[in-house]
Write a protein that binds this ligand. Structure first.
Ligand code: APR
Ligand code: ZN
Length: 231
């Protein structure tokens, strides 16, 4: 009987596409203080700085492509006969563009805007700095990045926890295990009795909680794992 798989990805799965990670040597947080660009307080204090930070990351999406890891995960999504859920911490659209369907963005998406006037989310591919009108309520000056900032509740947590408590295999790819609740998913999976596998370039903060850790680039390890799983 095919097992139920939950996969968690972090910035490391997009690194080989040229998307900077957060805590690496050239990491995004190296250039900015989190509290200056990734909190609701920062947005209230300096909306121009925050909009400019996310406008730049959104614009950069058009020059990056899904890599072999994204494509292998999309193949697994299409061919796996059991239940499968891919939960990503990433706000890029590379899993979407690779073709993954059973996918949840727990930290939001660069290609979505959230209107604080009407509380609706709408697709967004351009800059928000110029205060475009909300496509839903037509008011201007109320669109913020649809990104879960520090101190805000990640999206889809109930569905994610349900999937973790019912899975037989939990795979974590390209995340440092620094940020909760994602870093705690391993504990839910172990509680469910799942086999827990980590694929990462370096040991993470939670490596010791996995049954197996494979160290190396996602672009190499993930296609090999998908071949193993699909036989
Ligand atoms: N292949 C596999 N893993 C890689 C690769 C690669 N090519 N390159 C880097 N990594 C690993 C690093 O070893 C590191 O452990 O990816 C991880 C990236 O860690 P972070 O930069 O901390 O990113 P992430 O774990 O996704 O951060 C989680 O923190 O800042 C918040 O909201 C932000 O979603 C983000 C969350
Ligand atoms: Zn609106």
């Amino acid at each position: 009987m095919a097992s139920n798989i939950v996969i968690l990805t972090g910035a490391g799965v997009s690194a080989e596409s040229g998307v900077p990670t957060f805590r690496g040597p050239d990491g995004l947080w190296e250039g900015h203080r989190v509290e200056d660009v990734a909190t609701p307080q920062a947005f209230r204090r300096d909306p121009v700085l925050v909009q400019r930070f996310y406008d730049a990351r959104r614009a950069a999406l058009s020059s990056v492509q899904p890599n072999a890891a994204h494509k292998a995960l999309a193949r697994l999504d299409a061919e796996w006969p059991g239940e499968l859920l891919l939960v990503t911490q990433n706000v890029d659209d590379l899993h979407d563009r690779a073709g993954s369907k059973r996918l949840l963005h727990m930290h939001g998406e660069l290609n979505s805007a959230w209107c604080t006037a009407c509380d609706r989310r709408t697709p967004c591919t351009g800059p928000l700095l110029e205060n475009p009108a909300c496509p839903a309520c037509t008011l201007s000056g109320h669109l913020r990045p649809d990104i879960v900032w520090f101190g805000e509740m990640p999206y889809h947590m109930e569905a994610i926890e349900d999937a973790l408590l019912g899975c037989d295999l939990f795979i974590s790819i390209g995340t440092s295990g620094n940020v909760y609740p994602a870093a705690g998913f391993i504990d839910l999976a172990r509680h469910a009795g799942a086999r827990c596998l980590e694929l990462n370039l370096d040991p993470s903060m939670t490596s010791n909680r996995f049954h197996e850790s494979r160290l190396g680039p996602a672009g190499t390890l993930v296609p090999a794992l998908v071949d193993e799983l699909l036989g």
